[in-house]
Design a protein around this ligand. Structure first.
Ligand SMILES: NC(=O)c1ccc[n+]([C@@H]2O[C@H](COP(=O)([O-])OP(=O)(O)OC[C@H]3O[C@@H](n4cnc5c(N)ncnc54)[C@H](OP(=O)(O)O)[C@@H]3O)[C@@H](O)[C@H]2O)c1
Length: 312
């Protein structure tokens, strides 16, 4: 089979990196995009070793429309076509809406939502001209619900889900264009350590934690069969059901559950913008360092007990 041209944003860490590596194993041509050149270089070298037909590194911020335009133009100049585009660039901010600085709040939306729209704006004319090709955008189960202290991320992922649906509606005249959407739950990647933090605890991936390789396999399965996309775990369906069918119970329970399952109460809190405003590529990696999620819940419960006793 002829190698396809696969462009991946957020390719220097986590889910984007795992997607790039899997595509490399399949012998595809890769265009790897993120803000940090050195981390991209590390992934590119691995992809070459894994069997990529070719690997190109593109340093760009997806929030910068002109940079995305240039990245797509460069990829076209080199390959003459684009077959698969995966939007996996993403950042997180924790903290109440009134505590997260406005530039950080807007930065989350700029990468996750406007960045996805920028990507689509420049890729779509290419795919429409070719009359075939796939775009897969990585959303989140959080694009289907509200969770405490993640307002910017929630808004960005609800918006991204709307963008995918909009693309399907707008491009019905091109039946060979495919628009995939993959919504992971907890995935062990560095995104939690990289997050902007303005609250009292740091985030962690909640149970059941998936490996980025597993989500990457889902992303690439979605390329040719968009109906294979959507939620990546059964737990996502349960949480979504609670959110929409039992809103009064969900709103009451999500706070305490989030504290013990989606935060690490014993890790030191380092407040600041994380990687939202600029790359911290030295922290990028294929996997995170969060360990067993159930053990983390147990540790959190012990810590909650300790704090209650101290307060009494
Ligand atoms: N991990 C999870 O539990 C989880 C769950 C649900 C959804 N997701 C989503 O999955 C996607 C990938 O997340 P991940 O966990 O793999 O995160 P990650 O390991 O932190 O990787 C994020 C990647 O995006 C790049 N990036 C960040 N901002 C960018 C920008 N403005 N322009 C270009 N590249 C940018 C980063 O490199 P530079 O910083 O060098 O640019 C890095 O390559 C995100 O959309 C995230 O919201 C993750």
């Amino acid at each position: 089979m002829t190698a396809r041209v696969v462009l991946v944003t957020g390719a220097s860490s986590g889910i984007g990196e795992a997607t790039a590596r899997l595509a490399a194993q399949r012998g595809e041509h890769l265009v790897l995009l993120a803000r940090g050149r050195d981390a991209l270089g590390r992934v590119a070298a691995d992809c070459d070793e894994l069997g990529a037909a070719s690997t190109t590194v593109t340093v760009a911020d997806v929030a910068d429309d002109d940079a995305v335009r240039r990245a797509v133009a460069d990829a076209m100049a080199r390959h003459g076509r684009l077959d698969v585009v995966v939007g996996a660039a993403g950042v997180v901010a924790y903290g109440r809406i009134e505590d997260v600085p406005v530039d950080v709040f807007d930065g989350v939306l700029a990468t996750n939502l406007t960045g996805s729209a920028n990507l689509v704006r420049h890729v779509l004319p290419v795919l429409r001209e070719q009359e075939e090709g796939s775009i897969v955008l990585v959303g989140s189960v959080i694009g289907h619900m509200a969770v405490p202290d993640m307002a910017a991320y929630v808004l960005s992922k609800w918006g991204l889900r709307g963008l995918v649906r909009q693309l399907r509606v707008d491009n019905r005249d091109r039946p060979r264009l495919r628009f995939g959407y993959v919504a992971p739950g907890g995935v062990d990647t560095p995104i939690y350590e990289q997050a902007a933090t303005y609250g009292d605890a740091v985030g962690r991936p909640p149970f059941p934690v998936q490996a980025p390789e597993r989500v990457a396999a889902r992303v690439l399965a979605t390329v040719d069969r968009p109906w294979r996309g959507g939620q990546t775990s059964a737990a996502n369906h349960v949480i979504r059901l609670g959110f929409s069918a039992l809103p009064w119970a969900y709103d009451r329970m999500v706070g305490p559950l989030f504290t013990v399952a989606a935060q690490d109460l014993v890790r030191e809190v380092v407040r600041g913008p994380g990687n939202v405003l600029a790359s911290r590529q030295e922290h990028n990696a294929l996997h995170g360092t969060h360990g067993n999620a159930l053990a983390a819940v147990a540790r959190n419960l012990v810590e909650v007990g300790r704090r209650r006793r101290k307060a009494a």
